[in-house]
Ligand binder design. Structure first.
Ligand code: URA
Length: 448
């Protein structure tokens, strides 16, 4: 391990602290129903329905309440109200879980729903059971599993994994950190804001910037990489802010987020906000515009993240916190330095064909088809395209963490595919999400 790193973490090593009471996870699948696409049978995909999409709310006129929304604590007698986003997450954006449709191998319409509920009380367990019964009674014609979460009524991190409770120690391999070797509460217990972004150097630049903004850094200070024991991800911390790189694409950010959520849980963090700050391709926006994601949609414009787990396709909600998006929008208005919109973000599996580019090594479609697709995306409320937001939203949803995605657009995809702005221009663009989120954090901490 890096000498400097060992020095920084040294005093927090090998102090093992007891874990919080276990969260009980209830997962029920409708018995006997398979959602696995059979050989030779394509899973049907619902046609994108732009009309059904909520378009971007480009100029929210609602007054923005204070940054840190008071949230329920354990034992508050259940008097406080869940936030609107919590209620929305419980219902699904359309007021119910959004299922996908298709047929089973016998050609028969089947229903399958999976409710993954993280319960911390008998009350939530009872609700979970009621939902299971309801799903069984009503879930006709839905062959895919729909997995959704119920944020518990507290501000803690939730792990939807009962197996972890049985483990004596937990090694976060890709961070080169472990509960048996590091005192997580001492190292990270005060974290309130986590900013994640693709590149290690950008996340280091962000921690340097935020340290100065919060008056926590000295000029020229160097911030050590907490994950110096590995070159997979880089992590920096100053005060209540953690800055972590996630690499490119869904698999890379998903691995990082599994370990990040566990890190926050083991550290007993509360009231954490996670924000992805990144770059993207814009649709119909001047380059350099910032998009605060309303919903992350897939390449067919559906607000969902699909993953095959145990051979079955599981669909997870990609809702993000509306209130947080509005607060960030308000921050952008206060800074008043660059164009910012709230809009849908399309998350793709690839930078080239996946984003309808004409300049990859392979492209078997015509320019008109490309433009038709991007215009359909625009009509579905999509204002930018990137490669991480869907799984980011899904994992934060399931972990009960309020989350946002703030990305700058490097180009207008209706006008081209190549990112041809000068280095200096691109560097300045990349600082915009950092500035916006920096302002937000300062505001939350009463430093504006
Ligand atoms: N990142 C993307 O995923 N796409 C772009 O066009 C630019 C940045």
């Amino acid at each position: 391990m890096h000498t400097r790193h060992r020095h920084i973490l040294g005093k927090h090593r090998l102090k093992h602290s007891p874990r919080p009471p276990p969260a009980v996870t209830v997962t029920r699948l409708r018995p006997g129903l398979s959602s696995i696409a059979q050989p030779g049978q394509e899973k049907q995909t619902a046609h994108p329905d732009p009309q059904g999409q909520e378009g971007p709310r480009l100029s929210p006129d609602t007054a923005v309440p204070p940054c840190i929304v008071p949230r329920r604590q354990h034992g508050d007698g259940g008097n406080s109200q869940p936030s609107s986003s919590s209620r929305r997450r419980q219902r699904g954006r359309s007021g119910r879980p959004e299922p996908a449709t298709g047929t089973d191998p016998r050609g028969t319409a089947v229903a399958s729903a999976a409710a993954s509920l993280t319960c911390r009380s008998l009350e939530t367990s009872a609700i979970a059971c009621a939902i299971q019964i309801l799903l069984r009674a009503t879930g006709i014609g839905q062959p895919l599993e729909f997995s959704f979460s119920f944020p518990a009524r507290d501000n803690l991190i939730h792990l939807s994994n009962p197996h972890l409770e049985k483990m004596k120690d937990d090694i976060l391999y890709h961070f080169a950190l472990g509960t048996g070797t590091h005192d997580f509460p001492a190292l990270f217990g005060d974290v309130k804001f986590v900013c994640v972004g693709g590149s290690p150097s950008r996340m280091k630049a962000f921690i340097t910037y935020i340290a100065e903004e919060l008056g926590l850094g000295s000029v020229g200070a160097d911030y050590p990489n907490i994950c110096a024991g590995t070159d997979r991800y880089a992590m920096y911390k100053v005060g209540p802010v953690l800055s972590v790189s996630h690499g490119m694409g869904i698999p890379s950010i998903a691995i990082m987020l599994h370990e990040l959520i566990k890190l926050l849980y083991h550290s007993k963090c509360s009231n954490v906000t996670i924000i992805r700050i990144g770059t993207s391709g814009g649709i119909g926006l001047e380059p350099g515009s910032v998009v605060i994601t309303s919903q992350s949609v897939d390449a067919t414009f559906k607000p969902q993240f699909e993953q095959v787990i145990l051979g079955k396709t599981v669909i997870r909600s990609t809702n993000l916190d509306d209130q947080l998006a509005k607060e960030l929008m308000q921050c952008s208005k206060e800074i008043n330095e660059f164009n910012t919109v709230i809009g849908n973000t399309m998350c793709t599996l690839d930078f080239y064909e996946g984003q309808a580019r004409l300049d990859g090594a392979i492209c078997l479609y015509a320019e008109e088809e490309k433009l038709q697709y991007l215009k359909a995306a625009y009509d579905a409320g999509v204002r930018n395209i990137e490669m991480e937001s869907s799984v980011f939203a899904a994992i934060c949803n399931l972990s009960g963490v309020r989350a946002a995605v703030v990305c700058v657009t490097l180009l207008n995809r209706l006008e081209g595919d190549q990112i041809s702005s000068s280095h200096d221009v691109l560097v300045e663009y990349q600082q915009r999400p950092q500035k916006l989120v920096g302002h937000f954090i300062k505001k939350c901490l009463g430093k504006v």
